[in-house]
Ligand binder design. Structure first.
Ligand code: PLP
Length: 380
């Protein structure tokens, strides 16, 4: 079986599991306990926080552990907006955000009277910095723009967007769940004030993530209780998973410069082969500004779900684009926002690679795509 759905989730890396193991067994304490068993766990948690902070170029206290990417996005969008309501109720976002951001923004609109401006994207899913700048107003309290899209892999020019946000005095949050491991994540480098990451896309377990948020940004907690994470996210921390996430992030950061170039070259060969050999196939997303690990297509005249089933019969596991939308008949909101007709959006198939992908595997995958689309088109 060839697993080409790494944007949905990844297996836990051995180094990650080994780093976690002591904190699941001997060093099992509650990090809030005031005795030696608790203090040992607290030291492990603090070490994880420091290591993540170093990768992001922030202070350890700026890292808030969460249950994953969805919670980190919720905390950023709702937490910053709710803490800033006295300054204004205007939010800026894009039409291609993950549901974790889109639904949080919608909640603020419905229940707290926020006005929302969506910056348009072009047919490749890119935002023009000048369009973004023109949406920012004196009452804008937050802009949230993803670093890279999960369905089409398009990478935004965050540095330019961040510069526009900074000159307007608007905090910028980015969902970096898919970007993590593929592009450098420093907050200064990207020009953002808050950034969400999820462990299970990086070789850490499911159910751990973090929001890195600069100390000066006001943040209203969403989960109330014992005041852990400096009162910003109550609940006993998942110490072992936090250590796993720090380990996975450090490994990915060290490997990224070599992996990104190598995988991008393999991805481009794969894309070229599919476009040359599958009649009517179209690449979705930006051909150049895209994550090394994502190749996404539409195959007009077929059914995306039928192609996925054919591919799986041939030993290739892929996805229609987003794990949540898989199996549903609704066309993807992301693809509709790019201007694709609904009947074409329904033919989407996304292949997402790990850093370990090989040329031989993508050769096999390309042949399977050609055969699968031909089989489905023949049936139609
Ligand atoms: N944001 C993006 C861009 C994602 O791709 C995902 C997961 O698919 C999430 C957020 C949610 O992360 P999690 O699965 O950790 O809740």
């Amino acid at each position: 079986m060839l697993y080409l759905d790494n944007a949905a989730t990844t297996p836990v890396r051995r180094e990650v599991l080994e780093a976690m193991w002591p904190y699941l067994t001997g060093t099992f304490g509650n990090p809030s306990s005031h005795h030696t068993v608790g203090e040992a766990a607290a030291a492990g948690l603090q070490d994880a926080r420091r290591r993540i902070a170093r990768v992001l170029g922030v202070r350890a206290g700026d890292v808030v552990f969460t249950s994953g990417g969805t919670e980190a996005d919720n905390l950023a969008v709702k937490g910053i907006a709710l803490a800033s309501m006295s300054r204004g109720r205007h939010l800026v976002t894009s039409p291609i955000e993950h549901e974790a951001v889109a639904e949080s923004v919608d909640y603020l609109r419905r229940l707290h009277g926020f006005e929302v401006t969506e910056v348009p994207v072009d047919r490749a899913g890119r935002i023009a910095p000048e369009d973004f700048a023109s949406t920012l107003r004196p009452d804008t309290v937050l802009a949230s723009i993803m670093a890279a899209n999960n369905e089409i892999g398009t990478v935004q020019d965050l540095t330019a967007l961040g510069a526009a946000a900074r000159s307007a005095g608007v905090p910028l949050h980015t969902d970096a769940v898919q970007a993590a491991g593929w592009i450098p994540l420093g907050l200064d480098r990207l020009g953002v004030d808050a950034l969400s990451v999820s462990g299970h896309k990086l070789g850490a377990p499911k159910g751990i993530g973090f929001l890195a948020v600069r100390g000066a940004i006001p943040l209203e907690p969403l989960v109330h209780g014992g005041g852990q994470e400096r009162g910003r996210r109550s609940g006993t921390e998942n110490v072992a998973a936090a250590i796993g996430l720090a380990t996975a992030l450090e490994l990915a950061t060290a490997e990224q410069p070599e992996a990104a170039g190598r995988v991008a070259a393999l991805r481009d060969e794969f894309i070229a082969r599919v476009l040359q050999n599958v009649p009517g196939a179209q690449l979705t997303g930006d051909p150049g500004h895209r994550l090394p690990g994502i190749a996404s297509f539409v195959f007009p005249g077929t059914s995306g779900e039928a192609v996925l089933l054919e591919l799986e019969r041939r030993g290739v596991v892929s996805s229609s684009g987003s794990a949540c939308a898989a199996g549903s008949d609704e066309p993807s909101a992301v693809l509709l926002a790019l201007g694709l007709p609904p009947e074409v959006a329904q033919t989407a198939v996304r292949f997402s690679f790990s850093a370990a992908v090989t040329a031989a595997e993508l050769d096999q995958a390309a042949s399977a795509v050609v055969a699968s689309v031909a089989a489905v088109a023949g049936l139609g």
